[in-house]
Design a protein around this ligand. Structure first.
Ligand SMILES: [Zn+2]
Ligand SMILES: [Zn+2]
Length: 351
């Protein structure tokens, strides 16, 4: 196995530059306290924080700034990273997605599967522009989105009081759409916190924050695997390195509430050539692979999924599995019955 360098961080963070309540400094401090190594911000419709120099290393945390675009109906939220300027406002989703990619940006579909209808104050913002073939990634697990999705007037208070207990798993629909897309082309799966720290009034002016940034930073985390030693000091180069790994699909997603997922690994060895393939890789038809999974703890349950179907599950570490059958192979890990880790897939292409 080749040496990998793991960076753990949080994606999809809002600040006072749009509808979040926190300033960059305090949010970064919350990230440091949570032990995170990178934070990727995405305020609605503006890259202003980037123009004001908020990108870079701060307190040892690598800060990247993108933004979140939406259409006129407020649907089709798209996170756009690695851009210096916003694309033209007011276009349909297929079009702004294309422009983001053409401008060299990384286009990530946000919270694609929202259907809630219980509370008027939280309408759904699903992705409907599936005609687009340009987006390069999608959020498969979004903390705030899942929290709101299962909210109703009876469980409201419990959910306010137990925010991290409410992260159960990505939706089956999202996972199936994601797997199907990967049959054709690489679509990277990411995790989002969608942190705003909104103030929500319960009675008169007494209310709660949903949720403090520090709560988000202990929920859905994104683990990025670098194949070269991490760049230090030079922030633009470090961001370039981080995004290159993310674009390549070298990502797994964990729920920090369930446990510490660092050191999870999933890779495949080509039986004939000995070449090692990492999540995000696509290998040609006819390849024979030995898949290897290493869970963080021996008691964790590893589940190998091919084309959305369970292939096998086991409670062992470093279990190999041999296959030459074309398909999208990825791993889910459960701990104490809870969804814990989702890898990106390794794909054996069809004929
Ligand atoms: Zn959104
Ligand atoms: Zn958002």
């Amino acid at each position: 196995m080749i040496e990998l360098y793991e960076k753990v961080g949080a994606m999809h963070i809002h600040t006072v530059f749009s509808d979040g309540t926190g300033h960059h400094g305090e949010i970064i401090r919350a990230g440091v306290e949570a032990g995170l190594e990178f934070l990727l911000f995405s305020d609605h419709r503006t890259l202003e924080p980037k123009r004001r120099g908020r990108e870079g290393f701060q307190d040892g945390v690598l800060v990247g700034i993108g933004y979140e675009i939406n259409d006129h109906d407020n649907h089709n939220h798209l996170l756009a990273f690695e851009l210096d300027r916003e694309v033209e406002w007011g276009l349909p989703a297929v079009e702004y997605t294309r422009r983001v990619v053409e401008a060299g940006g990384w286009a990530v579909v946000a919270h694609p599967d929202e259907r809630r209808h219980f509370l008027a104050e939280f309408p759904p913002y699903p992705w409907t522009a599936w005609a687009s073939e340009d987006f390069q990634a999608m959020e498969i697990w979004n903390q705030l989105s899942e929290w709101m999705e299962r909210l109703n007037r009876w469980n409201k208070l419990w959910r306010y009081l137990n925010p991290r207990r409410t992260s159960l798993s990505p939706t089956r629909w999202t996972l199936e759409v994601w797997d199907r897309l990967n049959l054709k082309r690489r679509v990277v799966g990411t995790g989002g916190v969608d942190a705003h720290a909104h103030f929500y009034p319960l009675v008169a002016n007494i209310g709660v924050k949903i949720f403090p940034y520090k709560v988000h930073f202990r929920s859905i985390l994104t683990h990025v695997l670098l194949t070269e030693p991490p760049v230090k000091d030079d922030a633009p180069a470090a961001l370039k390195q981080l995004f290159a790994a993310m674009r390549a699909g070298r990502i797994f997603i964990s729920n920090r509430f369930v446990g510490e997922a660092r050191s999870f690994r999933f890779w495949a060895e080509d039986i004939r050539t000995g070449a090692v393939h990492l999540p995000g890789d696509r290998v040609p038809a006819g390849s024979e692979l030995q898949f290897v999974i290493k869970t963080p703890l021996p008691g964790d349950q590893a589940v190998l999924v091919k084309d959305s179907r369970l292939v096998w599950k086991r409670r062992e570490s470093a279990i190999p599995y041999h296959s030459g059958s074309p398909g999208v192979y990825r791993v889910e890990v459960r701990r104490r019955g809870r969804a814990f880790i989702y890898s990106n897939p390794i794909v054996i292409e069809g004929e």
